[in-house]
Design a protein around this ligand. Structure first.
Ligand SMILES: [Zn+2]
Length: 455
């Protein structure tokens, strides 16, 4: 009886924590794709009724598209129009504060997050009590998949609010882990916590983990004595880029896994298991994912090797459901079957649609440049960004790239030329590298913009 509260070993294979199925959600996470689809079809029937009754926004949108939401089965989802971030923003502006997509009575809204709003004006996300539980359940699958269990101590640098990343704190509580919250980017407090042995696991952005690794590397030998064994990265791509991951793992002596979510849909939606072969989809039964061509919007089968943009349809959302919401996240599908027992697909995020640029007709994501730049450590920090002219999607070679180098440290005179040659050899286009000292690179080191527009 009491065995379910005893600490497990660090083992993570299904048999090692079979008494924790209530956290692991084993039945759903190991079911066949056909069973997952059947589960989604049942949930969609209820959700589409809810949309038709509750959402003025979708009643109008689906009506205008000539496909009233009634009668459209999950199999026919591609008859429904996509939803964009801009449309959701306009729906809020029409009837503030919650907008015309609020599908429940306002008094049922029990939690409100804000989004940063790319145009500078914050927007809101409303959740009912049940929506809060849903997000926590999806997040629990996500973080449990990374190997965070109830006997772990987790130092989280994800802020408590106002952004959705704060939901992670509910998730850690549900898993039963020890939680040690620290404000984003508060390096001194992170180092204090780690040196004091308060945590064996760190949650943060890959930029921050990389920064921390660089700093400890400079203070040579200082990682000894840290209890840290596990770093889980999220909030931006990077934890899955080999040059970034290997550096963090080697310097800190840890295992790196990454997670990913999306504000309007679920803040923690993909979690990478210890097999480190990409992030598992953890929204089975709650969300229906699709992969589409980022340009033509044509559907793409979710199978190993496929590259496309993820779109999501909510299956159980009460307050602000979405239909075929275009995420702008471009991913590569890595496969599905996995040694951990999970059957959902695995993927890596290549980048945001907005970060993509075109060089001589070829689509390029800045993460490809990061993967090369990272190999020049320790002469570089690992951070880099592409400079574009305002709103220009096409960039003529040589592509301007700024590469961050540590303050004070020496670097060889041909460093920029060697990076340029490596990019040319691997990505088949010319770039012009400018080395920028850490103190003048800008951005906090907590999150890095991968492309910057300048006139
Ligand atoms: Zn797995």
């Amino acid at each position: 009886m009491s065995s379910s509260r005893e600490a497990t070993s660090d083992g993570w294979l299904p048999g090692d924590h079979c008494d924790r199925d209530w956290i692991w959600d084993r039945e759903v996470e190991t079911e066949s794709p056909a069973a997952s689809r059947a589960r989604a079809e049942v949930a969609w029937e209820e959700q589409r009724r809810h949309l038709a009754e509750g959402s003025a926004f979708y009643r109008r949108k689906l009506g205008e598209a000539g496909v009233g939401s009634t009668g459209v089965a999950l199999a026919d989802l591609d008859r429904l129009p996509f939803t964009t971030k801009d449309e959701l923003k306009r729906a809020i502006d029409e009837e503030p504060p919650f907008g015309s997509n609020l599908s429940v009575a306002p008094e049922r809204v029990k939690r409100v997050y804000q989004t940063s709003g790319s145009t500078g004006v914050p927007s809101v996300l409303a959740l009912t009590a049940e929506d809060v539980r849903t997000w926590t359940a999806i997040g629990t699958r996500t973080y449990y998949a990374t190997g965070i269990h109830d006997h772990h101590s987790v130092l989280s640098t994800f802020a408590a609010g106002p952004f959705v990343a704060g939901h992670t704190h509910f998730v850690l509580s549900r898993i039963g882990a020890r939680s040690v919250p620290v404000a984003p980017g508060d390096t001194d407090r992170v180092l204090f916590g780690l040196r004091a042995g308060l945590a064996d696991t760190l949650l943060g952005t890959p930029s921050f983990a990389q920064y921390l690794a660089n700093r400890l590397e400079q203070e040579a030998g200082d990682t000894r004595g840290l209890a840290l064994a596990h770093v889980v990265t999220g909030g931006e791509p990077g934890g899955g880029i080999p040059a970034v991951r290997d550096h963090i793992q080697d310097v800190l002596g840890v295992t790196v896994n990454e997670v990913m979510g999306i504000g309007d849909v679920a803040p923690s939606l993909f979690g990478e298991c210890p097999a480190q072969q990409g992030m598992h989809f953890c929204g089975t039964g709650y969300l229906w994912p699709e992969l589409v061509d980022p340009d033509s919007r044509a559907p793409i089968a979710i199978e190993a090797g496929a590259v496309g943009e993820l779109a999501y349809t909510s299956l159980v959302r009460e307050a602000m459901p979405v239909v075929r919401f275009l995420s702008a996240d471009i991913v590569r599908i890595e496969g599905s079957a996995c040694g951990c027992g999970r059957t959902s697909f695995r993927m890596r995020c290549i980048g945001r649609r907005d970060d993509m640029f075109i060089v001589r007709g070829v689509n390029v994501y800045p993460t490809a440049i990061l993967a090369i730049v990272g190999e020049f450590r320790p002469q570089v920090t690992g951070r880099a960004r592409v400079i574009r002219r305002a709103d220009a999607v096409s960039v003529d070679p040589p592509v301007p790239v700024e590469v961050e180098v540590p303050d004070g440290a020496e670097f060889e005179s041909g460093l920029a030329a060697r990076i340029e040659a490596a990019v040319r050899a691997r990505l088949i286009f010319r770039c012009r590298v400018e080395l920028v000292r850490e103190s003048s690179f800008g951005d906090s080191g907590y999150k890095t913009r991968l492309t910057v527009s300048r006139q």
